[in-house]
Design a protein around this ligand. Structure first.
Ligand code: AMP
Ligand code: TRP
Length: 323
């Protein structure tokens, strides 16, 4: 498979990003051609992004990704704006994108809601995302559930381009992880996300006390009423436990819960312990990496990405008559 995926440099990587996407990125490196991108053009759509923050966020994200196990020997890791062909393809693809489709994007509607100034980049965001993927002729894209609509659009864009200019782009399929939508611990009816504030996510590199505080105060319920399904908060804790603990441990806790004998404090303590065990090697690797390591990796990544991008753009230009 030819894999492409992207992540925005906006603050810390959280458990939703990790279990929803990055863990798959790492696993897919075995036996596939993988290209992973830090999407800084996309981050500009966020009104609050300041230049110095964006620079730092890119560095930090690259460090986090390397610490998580993205291996520059196995895959290409690069920054989107180092390959300006992304924006050129974005424009060309925009001309085969349905305006109506763009108005139906739920992420756009959510992000635009309640904002006084809605920038055009936010509206065009999914076209740039399609360009990211198609520029490398990628056929599979590991993402969380919130990106499925954008991928569906990328397929429609590829199809329309192929129909007008001859078969060229593959129609990229999503790859969903085991937990395509991890929920917030503070409000389990919403997804874990940076946009709702610090209580709504757990960052991979956060201080241990902070992670414990967030787990300790996670929303649960007053106990299981027989015959009732698990409440969303408790279900979310079990989802996390399944990701980090051995199956027997989760089974035992589930049994206790069914019997009405589960103390949520025990569940939370156990979850915290196994979660820290899972995160420890990542956190330790992160400490060993330097900014210089990152610079080299990103420079080499950009060069490899640019080579592919240039060829694809040349072909696209020829097909549409821009050569
Ligand atoms: P973002 O931080 O929005 O750039 O997202 C990066 C990747 O993480 C995308 O593939 C998202 O679909 C995925 N992701 C973000 N939040 C969650 C979540 N709560 N559960 C599962 N996947 C997520
Ligand atoms: N929109 C994605 C997100 O917010 C990030 C992204 C940009 C992306 N370009 C991509 C993901 C290409 C997959 C493929 O998570």
């Amino acid at each position: 498979m030819r894999i492409f995926s992207g992540i925005q440099p906006t603050g810390t990587v959280h458990l939703g990003n990790y279990f929803g996407a990055i863990k798959q990125w790492v696993e897919l490196q075995e036996g596939n051609f993988c290209i992973y991108c830090i999407v800084d053009y996309h981050a500009l759509t966020n009104e609050n992004t300041r230049p110095e923050e964006l620079r730092k966020a890119k560095q930090d994200l690259a460090l986090d990704l390397l610490a998580c196990g993205i291996d520059p020997e196995k895959s290409i890791l690069f920054v989107q704006s180092d390959v300006p062909e992304h924006t050129e393809l974005c424009w060309i693809l925009g001309c085969v994108t349905s305006f109506g489709d763009l108005t139906r994007m739920t992420q756009f509607k959510e992000k635009a809601k309640g904002q006084e100034f809605v920038n055009g980049g936010l509206f065009y965001y999914p076209v740039l995302q399609a360009a990211d993927i198609l520029l490398y002729l990628a056929d599979h894209v590991p993402v969380g559930e919130d990106q499925l609509q954008h991928l569906e659009l990328a397929r429609r864009i590829a199809r329309r381009f192929n129909w007008r200019f001859g078969e060229f782009f593959p129609e990229p399929e999503p790859i969903l992880g085991k937990v395509p939508r991890l929920m917030s611990l503070a409000d389990p009816t919403r997804k874990m996300s940076k946009s709702y504030g610090p209580d709504h996510y757990i960052g991979l590199m956060e201080p241990e006390e902070e992670i414990w505080r967030k787990i300790r105060t996670a929303v649960t319920d007053v106990g299981l009423t027989p015959g009732q399904p698990m409440s969303p908060g408790v279900a979310n804790l079990f989802t996390l436990l399944e990701l980090v603990a051995p199956a027997e441990v989760t089974e035992e806790f589930k049994r206790l819960h069914q019997e009405g004998k589960l103390l949520y404090r025990d569940l939370k303590e156990t979850l915290f312990r196994y979660l820290m065990e899972t995160l420890r090697p990542i956190r330790e690797r992160r400490k060993e990496l330097t900014e210089k390591d990152v610079e080299e990796v990103l420079a080499a990544g950009a060069e490899r990405a640019r080579k592919i991008a240039k060829e694809v753009i040349r072909e696209v230009r020829a097909r549409v008559g821009l050569d």
